[in-house]
Design a binder for this molecule. Structure first.
Ligand code: SAH
Ligand code: ZN
Ligand code: ZN
Ligand code: ZN
Ligand code: ZN
Length: 462
């Protein structure tokens, strides 16, 4: 195993996830007790696979970074690590932590807002609010001046988005989508939002709370982007890794989260997560389950047989994978738009339609989608669907996943993408100019002959 992070190989599989890798893939075995730690918390255990079977030595790699350049942690599962190396590793992990602690950043912020406008500077290179005594150290750097209170309330606009796809993949909600989410949350009666990897939603809530007196919603941001600790207190932001459920702030931060989830006086909580799309679905699901059980533990009598309400924002082609872990979830047709993602902007603006959707365990009929964007209610499916999504009599459901009108294939006995045709060779619908799957080669997923990836029984669990 060399070059490229473990997750790089996995995410390269794209929509099909791990299974799509065929030969030479990697499989995530998960977070195991006693796993070694890198600067991003406990590492995850992986194994190489060949023809769908685990093969070779298992190893640990960083949970958060899918690029070796961002974190090159690697250790064989059975590797003996000497005391000296362990000590060196611990020191390295400590040294990788940010220059200021969250506590220090909160103190710095308090001092910063006392400064007159003319002395409020933000270093763009270090992505840091500067106190006058520090100007000297940043003399060669680009900085912004006269940082206003409004700017401080909108840090996602002050900070540049960490777009590097392999690690942060920070794609910020377009204002319309963010507003839609917040309105939806409020109309559903929620008063608390656990914002997991959704700094812009958090910021919209926080800034409204400070401006509008009767605005009652509160938010706690959990994100790996520590730059946000400059703008929020320990009750508003936790430095968190959603691939291994690691709170960098230790037990105190964990407790903050637990307290936030404890709903007193009927203040209902919802979790909204928008993880990097290259991320491993099973690692995310396992962290989300931990957050959900943290909620469940808080008020036992009330939560019998209930799940913490969740919006998991993710592309539609992960539907099967998400439902595998959360059978109670449904995918909504709403297309989530982003500011800094050229591909994921809304169709109406002439761009491609966004493939990003909301997965939720709330009753679909309660998720009202905006009529002015063409969404309508299907009385048979009891959910809102996009304008192009026609109800199919044969399937008895609104079958489109991508917003375009799909067509029913009688041979496949299901609806398929409009661009697909039934191929008698492959015995399924597929793009017209495809190369037919060879009959003699084994299945891409499990390696057995007699069927293809598309009909592999090991995928039929959902
Ligand atoms: N659309 C959201 C941002 C989603 S981008 C919004 O506008 O609010 C993905 C977010 O997840 C980023 O904020 C990124 O910093 C965060 N993130 C990436 N990897 C993470 C990890 N391992 N743990 C926690 N947060 C992570
Ligand atoms: Zn600087
Ligand atoms: Zn159909
Ligand atoms: Zn067909
Ligand atoms: Zn074919």
């Amino acid at each position: 195993w060399e070059g490229g992070g473990a997750m790089a190989a996995v995410s390269a599989a794209g929509p099909a996830g791990l299974y799509g890798l065929g030969t030479g893939g990697l499989v995530l075995l998960g977070l195991v007790p006693g796993a070694p730690s890198c600067p991003h918390g406990p590492a995850l255990l992986f194994a190489k696979t060949s023809q769908g079977k685990e093969e070779g030595r298992r190893f640990y790699a960083c949970s958060a970074c899918r690029d070796r350049k961002d974190c090159n942690f690697f250790q064989w599962e059975d590797e003996k690590v000497s005391e000296t190396r362990l000590a060196a590793r611990e020191e390295y992990n400590r040294n990788c932590q940010p220059p200021f602690t969250h506590r220090q950043n909160v103190e710095r912020y308090k001092n910063f807002i006392l400064l007159p406008l003319s002395k409020r500077r933000f270093c763009q290179e270090c992505q840091q609010l500067l106190l006058p005594a520090e100007w000297e150290n940043h003399s060669g750097h680009q900085f912004l001046c006269d940082i206003s209170t409004v700017q401080l309330q909108l840090p996602s606009q002050l900070l540049y988005p960490l777009e590097n796809k392999k690690t942060n993949a920070q794609y910020l909600f377009a204002d319309r989508s963010c507003q839609f989410l917040l309105d939806l949350i409020i109309n559903l009666g929620f008063r608390r939002v656990l914002s997991v990897g959704t700094p812009r939603l958090h910021e919209m809530i926080q800034s409204k709370a400070s401006q509008e007196e009767d605005f009652r919603v509160r938010s706690l941001l959990l994100d790996i982007d520590f730059r946000y600790s400059q703008f929020y207190t320990e009750d508003e932001f936790c430095h968190y890794n959603m691939f291994n459920h690691h709170f960098f702030g230790g037990e105190a931060a964990h407790e903050t989260c637990r307290k936030f989830l404890y709903q007193d006086s009927g203040e209902r909580v919802i979790m909204v997560a928008d993880p990097p799309f290259g991320g491993l679905v099973e690692a995310l699901a396992s962290s989300f389950k931990k957050l959900m059980s943290l909620w469940k533990e808080t008020e036992k009598e009330d939560h019998d047989n209930q799940e913490m309400p969740v919006f998991w924002i993710f592309p539609y082609f992960f539907e099967a994978r998400i439902l595998e872990f959360f059978p109670s979830f449904t995918m909504m047709d709403y297309q989530v738009d982003y500011d800094n993602h050229a591909l994921y902007k809304h169709g109406k603006t002439g761009r491609r339609q966004s493939p990003v959707r909301i997965f939720t365990n709330l009753t679909p009929s309660t998720i009202v989608l905006p009529a002015e964007e063409g969404y309508r209610f299907c009385t048979i499916c009891q959910r809102y669907v996009s304008s192009g999504n026609q109800h199919c009599e044969m399937c008895n459901s609104c079958t489109s996943k991508d917003g375009r009108q799909w067509k029913h294939c009688v041979l496949c006995q299901k609806c398929v993408k409009p661009s697909w045709f039934h191929c008698n060779n492959c015995n399924r619908c597929i793009l017209q100019n495809h190369t037919c799957e060879k009959a003699d080669a084994g299945c891409f997923v499990c390696g057995k002959t007699g069927h293809k990836r598309s009909t592999c029984p090991s995928l039929a669990r959902t």
